[in-house]
Write a protein that binds this ligand. Structure first.
Ligand SMILES: [Zn+2]
Length: 121
């Protein structure tokens, strides 16, 4: 399995990045990729940003809700999916919750899910 280790730091607050998003939740870059210019973050609406950069605002609350739901079901931790199926678990859970995560949010949820599962071993 390929593991992408990102050593970059947020260009606004210098905090570490997770999947390209700033880990500092009070930072504007926790919801937007680093490719977005900081001036635009303050001058454009979310819709304008999404159009200009072809990105979606990153919703951490969606990720958290999905991960919390998965982890609240012990049976899902026991039956660990094959590699690649973590995303299926995430997507199925999202559907159950009535959420529609972006691909980036789904991947983030899967990553956190994997991390948390491994910590329990
Ligand atoms: Zn930051």
């Amino acid at each position: 399995m390929k593991s992408k280790v990102k050593t970059h730091k947020c260009k606004a607050c210098k905090a570490g990045l997770k999947q390209g998003y700033c880990q500092n939740e009070t930072c504007v870059y926790s919801s937007w990729p680093q490719t977005v210019q900081v001036e635009d973050l303050y001058h454009l609406s979310y819709a304008e940003l999404e159009t200009k950069y072809s990105v979606r605002k990153f919703h951490w609350e969606v990720v958290t809700e999905i991960v919390d739901d998965i982890l609240s079901m012990p049976s899902r931790n026991v039956a660990l999916p094959e590699t690649g199926s973590f995303l299926d678990v995430v997507n199925n859970t999202a559907k159950t919750l009535g959420l529609t995560p972006s691909p980036a949010e789904a991947i983030m949820a899967a990553r956190i899910f994997i991390e948390k599962t491994q910590q329990k071993v």
